[in-house]
Design a protein around this ligand. Structure first.
Ligand SMILES: NC(=O)c1ccc[n+]([C@@H]2O[C@H](COP(=O)([O-])OP(=O)(O)OC[C@H]3O[C@@H](n4cnc5c(N)ncnc54)[C@H](OP(=O)(O)O)[C@@H]3O)[C@@H](O)[C@H]2O)c1
Length: 317
């Protein structure tokens, strides 16, 4: 064979192999072919296992709490409004006869690490194996606006809500999760971690969530601690915060939480430290290989619907 033919044949086979491997990973992940959908990996055989979910009085966090109860976990739900937490607790108790629910009222923007430690003292006897760092969102109105129109406190509050709180809570809980391992930390990032205009601080903190989660995952593996840390990248999901101008086929909060929990053990068994449980959101991964001028124009087009929806909401107010 001519050397050029040989070179093309070898590189072609490698490229095909890579495409085949990634296609298999994509399909087997989304079908959760060899998944432990009940999350038995994180359950003790001798006692009830518990999950902490932050921002769980509504939206995706409430969806996670609902789904964890159906899988037999007790849930400790964090939120900042007592009445909403109590309503969520009443609702969660209707899901199953043996549902166990505790509530923690803490403002994730302002709570100090001492406040978090004090709140967790109450649960020392519980066998906690899952932490879902879900609380987050852009603390600004309007949601999309030029960076310089954000106030100083909008910038600080967005960082505190999305980044500082989860970093402190994780630091405090790792010894417990390590003691009760195998355990799971699920961190909610967002497709916007790529950098969305008019959403600069939020995009940036979602990047923090992602690199923090991957770093924790690698540190746990390097030190032989059986804590799985997975970052999740949602696109549009119907929630309390996201109600208009959503992309077609966007899932509900409960559907999204179910997809994530159904697939998380598959993700772990595939050696992943990140996932997009809804396949349509996963397609945004191609943007990593797309030339910047195309990303720029796609971002602008996809934001147009959202900016229109925001304008409508502002007119109604
Ligand atoms: N929905 C989406 O399309 C989407 C897309 C990408 C990423 N995400 C990420 O997914 C996560 C959940 O989003 P979501 O849309 O489900 O949010 P959501 O509907 O706004 O729900 C947020 C939850 O957090 C609570 N919360 C808000 N501010 C708080 C504070 N200062 N202290 C404590 N709790 C507070 C809310 O309680 P109250 O109801 O009492 O305020 C609510 O329970 C976030 O990290 C978000 O960035 C969502």
């Amino acid at each position: 064979m001519h050397p050029i033919e040989k070179f093309l044949s070898v590189t072609g086979s490698i490229a095909l192999g890579i495409v085949g491997y990634n296609t298999w990973r994509f399909i087997s992940f989304h079908l959760a072919l060899y998944g432990d959908r009940k999350l038995d990996r994180y359950k003790s055989k001798s006692q009830k296992s518990w999950a902490i979910v932050t921002g769980a009085s509504a939206g995706i966090g409430l969806g996670y709490a609902e789904e964890l109860i159906t899988r037999g976990f007790g849930v400790i739900i964090f939120g900042h409004k007592l009445e909403e937490l109590q309503q969520a607790e009443i609702h969660l108790r209707t899901i199953s006869d043996d549902a166990e629910v505790r509530i923690v009222k803490l403002n994730a923007i302002t709570a100090s690490s001492t406040d978090i430690e004090n709140a967790l003292n109450e649960f020392k006897q519980l066998h906690i194996t899952i932490l879902i760092n879900n609380v987050g969102g852009a603390v600004s109105w309007p949601f999309y606006k030029p960076y310089t129109e954000h106030t100083a406190s909008e910038v600080d509050n967005t960082i505190n809500l999305n980044a500082r709180f989860m970093a402190q809570l994780t630091r405090i809980l790792i010894p417990t999760l390590s003691h009760n391992s195998p355990s799971l930390i699920l961190n909610m990032s967002s497709g916007s971690h790529m950098g969305i205009p008019w959403l600069c601080t939020y995009s940036a903190v979602k990047g923090f969530n992602a690199s923090f989660s991957r770093a924790i995952s690698r540190e746990m593996k390097a030190t032989g601690v059986a804590i799985d840390s997975i970052v999740v990248y949602p696109g549009d999901v119907h929630s309390q915060a996201n109600t208009s101008g959503l992309a077609p086929f966007s899932p509900s909060s409960r559907q999204y939480a179910k997809m994530a929990l159904d697939r998380v053990v598959t993700a772990v068994s595939q050696g992943r430290n990140e996932m997009s449980p809804f396949w349509m959101h996963g397609l945004s991964g191609v943007l990593d290989f797309t030339p910047e001028f195309l990303v720029q124009s796609l971002t602008k087009t996809s934001l147009e619907g959202k900016l229109k929806a925001q304008e409508q909401m502002m007119k109604v107010e």
